[in-house]
Ligand binder design. Structure first.
Ligand code: MG
Length: 159
């Protein structure tokens, strides 16, 4: 049996925040993403895709942003916890495919580091994890540099 899941997340940019994406820190970025946790939108989108594929709800139900426990939380750890819940249902993860849309910082040069970080968190080989980076072409909130948006699709298999 195959199960597919998709996830979507968006966070605003804010000054004086660490920019973390897929568990990778970009020290050159002067601004980070705003949020209760570390605001790693890519991890959040993949977390929602995994939970969605298994029909286990969403990230907000499992890790509420009203819970002080998750203030500043490391989202790659939350992704791992969500994957553990899904794996406990007997699923294996075939692949992850994600797209990140933002103007800055430049994501493309560090895509392989991000893939490696996600693959380690999910117990996958790097060739099972795809991350693409694109820009908003000056249009919409991503194009104006106001936010970063991440989309993810995952495929689960149960034999
Ligand atoms: Mg989020």
């Amino acid at each position: 049996m195959f199960r597919i899941g998709n996830g979507w997340d968006r966070h605003r940019f804010e000054a004086d925040r660490k920019f973390i994406l897929g568990g990778v820190h970009f020290p050159e970025s002067k601004q980070g993403l705003a949020g209760h946790s570390d605001a790693d939108a890519l991890c959040h989108a993949i977390t929602d895709a995994l939970l969605g594929a298994a029909a286990l709800g969403d990230i907000g139900q499992h890790f509420p942003d009203t819970d002080p426990k998750y203030k500043g939380a490391n989202s790659i750890k939350l992704l791992q916890q969500a994957w553990n819940l899904v794996a406990a249902q007997g699923f294996t993860l075939a692949n992850v495919d994600a797209t990140v849309i933002c103007e800055h910082p430049r994501i493309a040069p560090r895509v392989n580091e991000i893939r490696q970080s996600l693959a380690e968190a999910l117990g996958l080989a790097i060739d099972q994890v795809s991350v693409k980076a694109t820009r908003g072409e000056g249009v919409g909130p991503e194009g104006r540099g106001e936010c970063l948006t991440a989309q993810a699709v995952v495929l689960l298999e149960k034999t």
